[in-house]
Design a protein around this ligand. Structure first.
Ligand code: ZN
Length: 212
């Protein structure tokens, strides 16, 4: 919102400059042209970041809706300004089941974007985790509130989620297995029933566990 206001301010300065009377010397004309171009570039830069964020939100919303079974899921990425006013400090994501809305708290959309831009290497632990976070929150939206069951549902769909988000088959398999093998055993949502053949196994055709 702040950047949109700033963009509006730059465009208003251009508008004001067009309406003002200017001296007609050559130097003054070229100065005015450079001034307006500078304001235009600054305005467009301020518009670009919100537009890029909106595009990414739309992309995640579309994929989350598919993963949730076809009923619309709204995804919102917190900006730094949002983070000041919203609940959920210290959390990575929050799912509002009744509203079918997922909030990714500040920086987590950026981590997911970084992962999707470069899913094959040089990733931080949080960037890798962001994919599972996406799947986990979408499982909540389907109506599951129990964290252990939600996480196990997400584990089985991490491969599918990565593919939906455009990750190639090899890295999608790697990221899905990475969480299940490396992170999950130490995670507070771990359940001893979450394994192939366990009581939480949904025997999905496209499950992460097909690669075990
Ligand atoms: Zn959860």
């Amino acid at each position: 919102m702040f950047l949109l206001l700033l963009a509006g301010f730059f465009f208003w300065l251009i508008f004001r400059d067009f309406r003002a009377e200017h001296p007609i010397s050559e130097d003054a004309i070229s100065f005015n042209r450079a001034y307006r171009m500078t304001l235009l570039v600054l305005g467009l830069v301020c518009l670009w970041f919100p537009f890029d964020q909106w595009r990414f939100n739309q992309f995640l919303t579309e994929k989350a809706t598919i993963l949730a079974g076809g009923k619309t899921v709204n995804i919102h990425c917190d900006s730094a300004i949002d983070a000041i006013f919203e609940a959920g400090v210290g959390r990575a994501g929050t799912a509002y089941i009744e509203d079918r809305q997922i909030i990714f708290h500040y920086s987590w959309c950026g981590k997911l974007k970084d992962y999707l831009d470069q899913p094959t290497g040089g990733l931080t632990r949080h960037e890798k985790f962001s994919l599972h976070l996406f799947t986990h929150e979408v499982m909540h939206i389907r109506g599951e509130r129990d964290e252990q069951k939600t996480d196990c549902q997400a584990i089985q769909r991490d491969y599918q989620a990565a593919r939906l988000l455009g990750v190639p088959k090899g890295p999608a398999k790697d990221i899905a297995l990475h969480y299940y093998r490396r992170e999950y055993p130490e995670h507070p949502y771990f359940s001893s029933h979450c394994h192939p053949g366990g009581s939480l196994d949904e025997t999905l055709a496209n499950s992460t566990w097909q690669f075990l």
